[in-house]
Design a protein around this ligand. Structure first.
Ligand code: F6R
Length: 246
């Protein structure tokens, strides 16, 4: 389940190859996508490879994991903006098949229900990409979130707001709430690929490695998935050296 790589770029190539293989096998693949620094090299290599190999993505569907509440899609820190900048503007995904929660929606609870239903209707996620927060969150599912959760509104923990404040001018500008796919929605994906890179993730990766499946460490749920992999680079895997397959 844990796989060890030299650096983020090597992970990006590995993941890009897997996703391209999946798209070639099933051109109407349903992808679960994440944002964040971990995904930047992945989307960079993936978009370059898709263009170079002329892979058709026009029949694929994508669902992003999460979005801040209160930010418009034009806000540079919104996840809509991130996805445009790092993946969608490079590739010809069909706009009506790329889904992200709307940060300005009037009825977030209703939107959450509709989001989970839309995934169900699309035939469920074939592959879910995940990063991991320093507190073990996946999506914005903070420690203590039920493993049976569906898409829901979440109050962001102080740790998560602090971690994400590096992208905003001040911490006060970091939204207090977000919409996230639930842990059950994530676990229903046919395959899960969780990626962790950089020294800042070394501590939580060591905890994840040792941990049983426990709601206090949301990412640990992935360990009970029948088809999941956890990809770490040398830095994030610092405390696992010699214990996982290279
Ligand atoms: C982003 C998301 C988050 C991030 C996590 C790691 O869509 O769902 O769970 O994956 O916070 O973020 P980075 O990659 O910036 O360290």
């Amino acid at each position: 389940m844990f796989k060890f790589f030299a650096d983020p770029k090597t992970i990006a190539h590995y993941v890009s190859d897997l996703l391209i293989e999946q798209l070639q096998k099933k051109n109407n693949t349903v992808l679960g996508l994440a944002t964040g620094s971990t995904m930047v090299p992945v989307y960079d290599v993936l978009s370059t490879q898709i263009l170079a190999q002329q892979i058709d993505v026009s029949n694929a569907t994508t669902f992003n994991l999460d979005e801040y509440l209160g930010l418009s899609s034009e806000h540079p820190q919104s996840y809509h903006y991130f996805m445009q900048a790092h993946l969608f503007k490079q590739l010809s995904f069909a706009k009506h098949r790329t889904f992200l929660p709307d940060g300005l929606c009037e009825n977030p609870e209703l939107q959450c229900q509709q989001y989970s239903k839309a995934i169900e209707k699309a035939g469920k996620l074939d592959v879910q990409l995940l990063g991991i927060g320093n507190n073990g969150h996946i999506g914005f599912n903070e420690p203590g979130t039920s493993f049976t959760s569906r898409t829901h509104v979440v109050a962001l923990s102080e740790q998560t707001r602090l971690d994400n404040s590096r992208f905003f001018d001040t911490i006060d500008e970091v939204p207090t709430h977000a919409i996230t796919l639930g842990l059950q929605d994530i676990m229903e994906a046919r395959q899960i690929i969780l990626i962790a890179t950089g020294t800042k993730k070394a501590k939580i990766i060591a905890e994840l490695y040792e941990s049983s499946v426990d709601e206090q460490l949301p990412a640990s749920v992935v360990k009970s998935h029948p088809n999941a992999m956890i990809l770490v680079d040398r830095e994030a895997g610092e405390f696992l050296q010699g214990r996982v397959e290279e």
